[in-house]
Design a protein around this ligand. Structure first.
Ligand code: G3H
Length: 544
């Protein structure tokens, strides 16, 4: 592994001719349309230039963020149009989409998946250029999303088939199915712009809801190749897009009272503010994936090499920009020096570079405001007695920031509580197991925790209180969302609702039923409705 010249990180950015042919964008994308009411509506108003996290060295020697395109900056008029189109398509539950059979909706989704799969190369490249995710991880994100969609279809078939029967209880015949909720406002995060957005958008659509979709600030252009697919695969108004500053249009849409579900992967502060805008808050269902500050607790008898390997992945995959990332390492004092030595040594072997480079781990951040925040957090910790304990930690050039291991982190430092969402690894030592437990208990976050150790009695005793504090306790492994069939949830400020392949279908629907007293009249009525296919809801058909 070549050593890094920390004095000259700029050299890691490419010159214009250093970008391999396969990783280049064919041309910048200047998106001038939005999808509203089944049409790709042209836009000739203001636009926002999209700058890549990737800088390119100029003739002057300076590195500048590459311009990769632009997209519309719309306002309330356009968000009203998008929302009204979704409201019309839902038509109080009478629209074509919410009244379609489940099999028909699945058919539309399968068409969409086919069209999407054909654009893989383009979308993967856009993920890479728009958010700086490595090529391998961008490919993984695309493929995982396609699998998620296929698994969701399979889960919906299973769900619907299991409801394709009558139940009889206490002289009442019932048929119970899950039905849509209405209009969903769907907003995903920049770190998994495709996967996490589709983790709510796809189940929302499949359950018969209509959608207004606002892409994340970083990660907008990658949806451009899908607009025509959305348009052609689904009936008009089922999916509508809006490109506008969230602070301008999102509270406005909620204040209209026309949104039935807020699906947001973002910050708890924003979610709290938005929920309050709805005039009848009890009518708004919220499906939220929010902040997290997952801790790793490394016990004295832990397999240190294993803990180092998992903590490295947990803290630094995609530069630490995962909601599930390990954002605080709490290591027993008896092993903390050894742990830090091995951790920093493993970190020094990580490849820093551009997202298309084979084996790269550390890539540029979305903008210079992020390197500024990381620097501020480190300076704050240093002022209060901590140190950066790895060579080059915190050195940056423009958007490229070399990971910093900061020790010892303590209460009062920004890094102790704030979700750094980037390549900083705060470490603290503990003597008494109460210290890490207190840390988790007093945290505002409650997503996951990792425990590293080998003593079943000690781990057993730790698991019991921790499962009541977070929603997943990982043993000898980093925190993560997958496999996608597992429930992904959080307590406190970390989430509202549970997502997984099956849970998401439930989150975007409600059970409704048809019930009748078990009389001859009603039996004949129901039998005739089923035999003559007179209702889409009352039926016993099986979707193969
Ligand atoms: O940013 C949060 C993602 O849901 C994390 O997913 O654990 O699979 O990286 P992951």
């Amino acid at each position: 592994m070549a050593t890094i010249d920390f004095e000259n990180l700029r050299e890691l950015f490419p010159g214009p001719d250093d970008i391999p042919e396969s990783a280049r964008l064919v041309e910048p994308i200047h998106q001038r349309v939005s999808l509203i009411d089944g049409e790709l509506k042209p836009w000739d108003g203001a636009c926002k230039t999209v700058l890549s996290p990737v800088c390119v060295r100029q003739a002057s020697g300076e590195a500048e963020q590459a311009e990769i395109g632009s997209y519309p900056v719309m306002g309330e008029t356009e968000s009203d149009a998008a929302l009204d189109a979704a409201v019309r398509a839902y038509d109080h539950g009478r629209g074509e989409w919410p009244t379609m059979t489940v099999a028909q909706r699945i058919g539309c989704m399968q068409d969409f998946i086919r069209l999407m799969a054909a654009r893989r190369h383009e979308i993967v490249n856009l993920i890479m250029w728009e958010i700086g995710k490595s090529l391998a991880d961008s490919q993984k994100e695309f493929d995982r999303t396609i699998s998620y969609m296929q698994d969701t279809i399979a889960a919906l078939k299973e769900l619907d088939n299991s409801n394709s029967r009558f139940v009889i209880a206490e002289g009442t015949i019932g048929q119970i199915r899950r039905t849509p909720l209405g209009v969903v406002l769907c907003m995903g995060p920049y770190n998994y712009p495709l996967n996490e957005t589709f983790a709510t958008l796809i189940p929302a659509l499949l359950m018969g809801n209509t959608v207004v979709f606002k892409p994340p600030q970083y990660g907008t252009l990658l949806f451009f190749p899908l607009l025509e697919a959305f348009r052609s695969a689904f009936p008009k108004g089922v999916i509508n897009t809006i490109y506008a500053p969230g602070a301008v249009v999102v509270p406005h849409m909620l204040a209209s009272g026309k949104i039935d579900v807020l699906a947001l992967i973002g910050s708890s502060k924003v979610a709290d503010h938005l929920k309050k805008q709805h005039p009848k808050s009890h009518r708004l269902r919220a499906v939220l994936g929010l902040d997290a500050k997952n801790a790793a607790i490394v016990l004295p008898d832990a397999d240190i090499d294993l803990a180092v390997k998992e903590c490295l992945l947990g803290t630094l995959s995609f530069n630490g920009q995962r909601c599930t990332a390990l954002k605080m390492l709490i290591v027993h004092r008896s092993i903390v020096d050894t742990f830090i030595e091995r951790f920093t040594s493993a970190l020094s072997k990580l490849k820093v570079g551009m997202p298309w480079e084979q084996g790269v781990s550390i890539t540029p951040l979305p903008g210079m405001h992020r390197t500024a925040y990381m620097t501020q957090a480190i300076d704050d910790a240093k002022e209060q007695g901590a140190q950066v304990v790895n060579e080059g930690g915190g050195v940056f050039c423009k958007t490229l920031f070399y990971p910093a291991v900061v020790y010892p982190v303590k209460e009062g430092m920004m890094l102790f509580r704030e979700e750094q969402f980037g390549p900083i690894i705060p470490v603290m030592a503990f003597d008494d197991i109460e210290t890490p437990l207190e840390y988790v208990i007093t945290s505002d976050h409650g997503q996951q925790v990792s425990i590293f150790g080998t003593d079943p009695a000690q781990i057993g005793a730790l698991v019991d209180p921790l499962v009541n504090q977070v929603c997943r306790v990982n043993l000898n492994s980093q925190c993560q969302r997958g496999p996608d069939v597992f429930p992904f949830a959080g307590r406190k400020d970390s989430a509202e609702g549970t997502l997984s392949v099956t849970d998401a279908l439930r989150a975007f629907s409600i059970r409704s039923m048809v019930a009748a007293k078990e009389t001859d009249l009603n039996k004949t009525l129901l039998d005739s409705m089923v035999t003559n296919h007179q209702s889409k809801f009352v039926n016993t058909g099986f979707i193969f």
